[in-house]
Every structure is written in structure tokens, then in C-alpha cells.
Design a binder for this molecule. Sequence first.
Ligand code: SF4
Length: 387
Amino acid sequence: MKRAPSRTVRAGSVTIGGGHPIVVQSMCATRTQDIEATVAQTKMLHEAGAGLVRIAVDNVADVDCLAEIRGRVPEANLVVDLQENYRLVERVAPHVNKVRYNPGHLYHHEKQKTIREKVAFIVEHTAKNDCAMRIGVNCGSVDPAMAEKFEGADGPGLDGVTAMVESALEHCRILDDLGFTRYVVSMKDSDPRKVIEGNQRFAAARPDVPLHLGVTEAGMLPDGAIKTRIAFEQLLSKGVGDTLRVSLTLPFAEKWREVEVGNQIITDIEAGRYRSVPVFQDHGLNIISCPSCSRVENEAFVDLAFKVKEMAQYAKDYDITIAVMGCRVNGPGETDDADLGLWCGPAFVNLKKGPIDVGAFKYDEVLGRLRVEMDALIAAKGPVPAR
Ligand code: SF4
């Protein structure tokens, strides 16, 4: 398979980039503080072939648990996923092989500090602990300054791509300037076309930087695998991409399927077998759902996502996008772009119509309320247009 001339980045026992085999990754959906469940899922993903396993950390209690998990699964290469609380890197870096930070969440804490100062802090502790790093830009949480600066910069159906690419390039410049080059980049969106466009643009500007591919919140099988395959086939066939993660909403016991699907896509592309998946069906019902992780506000989320998919089938021919998200990290942003969106809280689910809040509903009430909103949307749309 043709590969971009990216540099090599070692993370524990795997090497990303430089023509090395594409590393398939996954992420634990269990609560990090549920040590037994997270040890079991980390082992499951590692044994399924995940070269890197990511674990979310939001507070000091998570860090202590991660240290225990590290000790119990020494064979796995671990990645920590940092969002708002970037200062945790100092405590967590000794227990992992790679650190992912999200540029779009660095502005929350310590507003008196510059983004560069915060990145320098992350670099200091990442380098000191022999870790690699990922600049992980996500459509649901792009740096607001970038989103504002590049609003309207993209063509139809590609809105937000320039802000994602420019945010990633800006952070590459900061890291290069700080003398830290052991990093990879990801730019993820729930729309495969934006993932293709963003990664192709970035690869053209920085072919030296290894890319981590992913369609975020791709959803449930089979749709999630189809959306992901569309993007990965277009990118990997052009040599773009050095590691990847397939983000699927799955029951805990089936999380290994993310690795299986990732490996299958690579094997097919290497064999020249393009499943010629249908052109992205940007019509009909489209359900976006996150793969869940330790931050999920209520473990009923995965079940809710499957119930939404089941309930919404009556509207499968309507151009309706429903987003079902597990928490506040990407929930509010990702649901803004959907016709109807659900993002979970501990006891209530927030229902939105595009950017407008409809209200917060109990987990056993929200499906009924979503149905009401769907019926209203369908009534407003009128009969399904002939295709
Ligand atoms: S939206 Fe929240 S729960 Fe879902 S994967 Fe993202 S951080 Fe985890």
C-alpha cells in the first residue's frame, strides 16, 4: 500500500508512521474508576490486536486508578485522553505511552495563561516520561477562536473543515517551536466527507506528520463501519494515514469489534478490495452516536442509542440526522449540527432541535419526547421526495 513519507513516532512498543504497519487503536468505554471493568476491557482490546488502548482521565481519582490499571496490564500500550483538565498530564504521563490532548478544550482552565504555555506544560511532562503525543482535533469541540475566524470559509457540506485543519496546523507549529516532534495529529468529524477533505488538506501541508484517522461518533453497526470505511478507503488508498480508530457504539462486551473492523478495512485496501461502499447516502435517516468512554454521564447511554435507532426506523426515508451523545465533552457541539440531538447528563437527557434546547427529560421519558419532535419534523418536511 502506498504510504505518505511521514516521520516515525514511537509509542511504547509500537511505531507510527515512516511506512510502518498501520496501527489500529481503540478506547475503553468503561469508567476508569471501575478498575476491574477497565482492566478487562483493556486486555480484551489488546488481545484483539489494538496496538494502542486509550483511557479517559478527568480527575486525580482517575489517575490513581489508571496507575493500577497500568500495573495490571503491562503488555498493553496505553494512551491517556485529556480534555479540559490538561494539568493532569504531570500525574498521568508516568503511567502511559502516549498523551492525547484536545486543542479545543484547552481554553477552559487557567484563562490567564496562553495556549502556548499550556501546551509547553503538556510537552514538558510528555517528554520527561518517554511518551508520544497526539494533537486530537474534533469537530464537536473545535477551538472557538478558530471556529469564529474561519466561519464561512468552506464550501457546501464542508463547513468547519478549515477551522479543524488550521487548529491542527497551529498546534504543530507550537510543538515544533517547542522542539517537540514526537507527535501525530487527528482531525475527526462525524461526516466522512469532512474527514477525507480535512486529512487530505493537512497531509498536503504537513506530509511529515503521521496522521491518526477516525470518523468520530460513527455510530452503531453496520452504518458506523460503512461511514468509517468510506473515509478510510479514500485516504489510505492515497497513502494518507498511519494509525486509526473505528469509533463504534457497542455493548462493552463487543468493544473488540472496533479493532476487527479496523483490521478488516486495512486488509481489504492492501488487497485492493474496495468494498465500493455506496456513495455516502446523504439522504435518509442518519444516526450519529459516540462510542462512549469513561466520561459517559450515565451507562444507560449505549442502550438509549440502540433504542433511538430502533424507534427511528419508521422515518428511515426522511432526511433526518439524529445525534446521540454520551456527555458534555462533544455532546453540545455535535448535537448543534443535527436535526435532533440527545446528549446525556447523570439523571436527565438533554434534547435539542439543532442548536435550540427543547428540554431535559428522564431516561425513560426522552424516547417518547423524541418521537413527538420527529413527527413534527416529518410533518413539516411533507412527503418523502422521489429519489
Ligand atoms: S461524547 Fe463523551 S461519552 Fe461520548 S465518547 Fe465523547 S467524551 Fe466519551
